[in-house]
Write a protein that binds this ligand. Structure first.
Ligand SMILES: [Zn+2]
Ligand SMILES: [Zn+2]
Length: 465
């Protein structure tokens, strides 16, 4: 009898299960440059030297629960963009690819961890792929694989996290947009003309991103970096709790108060807080921008010591919805008639608009003639008032110099200035200076004339004497 250990056959189990396709690893995990699931999918197709659509149709689709059937084209054009987001296709594609490749953590190439918090499922997807030419160029130069980043695919991200330039959405050569599932084998090349998408011409000429864009890009990068850990924070009850906290910093502690402070709909903010409604990603970004706290910091409760009151977002004055009514217009015209007859005082168009509870823009739009009359009247009255004031001041200056001349024959400019100062006038005012100095010249001339007259008188007396 042979001494054979049948248990050795069990060692077969120690080998890991074979993958059906190459088991590539998802790039950039835990960094803002996290690879997108669709980018990973394209890299996989490239590794097998199969066009991406063929790979999808022949390999991925049969293994997945996606019911595209005959409508594969509409899947490519309508739904494929959501594969990087948090909808059902993101979930199906990541699990199918994990089965096929035996790779783990492919959900990190999507925003699936955010699904419990956000809505609707297609809310995070851009309408066409965007990319950073410099990043593609860098991959080519260093010989690394072309990594299509997750952040590029998310609504709100406008800039590259590394190069801080605007993302591109069309080929520099043919000007056409790209597809989410391309039919090309080469990655990083235009699906229409095969030009490399990493050309960097004109990048520096792009207009600089505004504060909102920079904030949104930073927010998306933080979300992407969080990866699967996001599921710890991205929950409606956590958002509700944090909103309550923010309310006590920003406003009176109530949710309607918070909504008013950021000029948001009161109902929406309260429904978010109660978990009755989920915010769309773009809506959440806008809200976060207004309180200057990124979504990740908001959910983690990492608030700055002072949350700036978003002054620039004060609720605008509610405009009357209907066109201006006839009685209203007549009343206003009559008031303007009365005002323009007064040539001593004026009312600004802004003050009149405020009196009638309308904005200046509304006034200007609906009653342009009255607005014109009022502003013209204000200009004339102001001019007249300025002129009258100048005349009064000049005459006062002359009077002051005359009084000064009665006490002393020595009239230096310094002395005149001191005297003017006592009456709140200044020699630096051209009008006052001219009046005062001309008056002094006149007085000096009078004195000279008097002196000559006196001398002549003396001479005459001498002769006669
Ligand atoms: Zn870049
Ligand atoms: Zn092209």
């Amino acid at each position: 009898m042979t001494d054979f250990n049948y248990a050795l056959w069990d060692e077969e189990d120690q080998y890991s299960e074979r993958s059906f396709v190459y088991s590539l690893t998802l790039a950039g995990r835990g960094t803002p440059q996290q690879e997108a699931l669709l980018g990973y999918f394209h890299r996989l197709a490239l590794a097998h030297q199969v066009p991406a659509r063929t790979f999808f149709r022949e390999v991925v689709l049969p293994a997945s629960a996606i019911q595209a059937g005959k409508h594969l084209t509409s899947f490519y054009s309508k739904y494929s963009k959501t594969c990087n987001g948090y909808g059902k296709y993101a979930s199906t594609l990541s699990s199918t690819l994990m089965t096929l490749t035996r790779a783990t953590g492919l959900e990190d190439g999507t925003l699936l961890a955010w699904a419990p918090l956000l809505s609707p499922p297609s809310g995070a997807a851009k309408s066409s792929p965007e990319w950073c030419p410099s990043c593609l160029h860098h991959s080519l130069e260093t010989g690394g694989p072309i990594i299509w980043q997750l952040a590029w695919a998310i609504v709100g991200a406008t800039d590259c996290s590394v190069h801080l330039t605007r993302l591109k959405d069309s080929c520099i050569r043919c000007g056409l947009k790209q597809r989410f599932v391309s039919d090309a084998i080469a990655l990083g090349r235009c699906v229409h003309c095969s030009a490399f998408l990493g050309f960097r011409e004109g990048l520096l000429d792009d207009e600089k991103s505004g504060a909102r864009d920079i904030f949104a890009t930073r927010s998306i990068n933080e979300m992407v970096m969080l990866g699967a850990d996001a599921s710890t924070y991205a929950a409606p009850e956590i958002l509700g709790y944090r909103l309550g906290q923010v309310a006590s910093i920003v406003s009176d502690g109530t949710l309607p108060g918070l909504a008013t402070a950021v000029a948001f709909d009161k109902g929406i903010v309260s429904r978010w807080a109660r978990g009755e409604a989920k915010p769309g990603l773009n809506y959440l970004l806008e809200f976060c921008f207004r309180i200057h706290i990124t979504p990740v910091k908001l959910l983690k409760g990492e608030f700055p010591a002072v949350v700036k009151t978003p002054r620039q977002y004060k609720r605008p004055m509610r405009r009357p919805k209907v066109a201006i009514t006839y009685p209203f217009a007549t009343q206003l015209v009559r008031e303007v008639d009365r005002m323009v007859r007064d040539d001593q005082t004026f009312v600004t168009a802004k003050a009149l608009a405020a009196k009638y509870g309308i904005t200046i823009g509304y006034f200007k739009y609906w009653l342009p003639d009255q607005y014109q009359r009022l502003t013209e009247h204000r200009r004339l009255v102001q001019m007249r008032l300025t002129r009258t004031k100048a005349i009064q001041e000049a005459s006062l200056a002359r009077e002051i110099v005359r009084q000064l001349a009665e006490t002393s024959h020595h009239l230096p400019q310094r002395k005149i200035d001191a005297a003017l100062c006592l009456h709140k006038l200044s020699i630096l005012d051209r009008n006052v200076r001219e009046a005062a100095l001309n008056e002094r010249d006149r007085i000096r001339a009078e004195w000279a004339a008097e002196a000559i007259g006196g001398m002549a008188h003396e001479t005459k007396k001498d002769r006669s004497g």
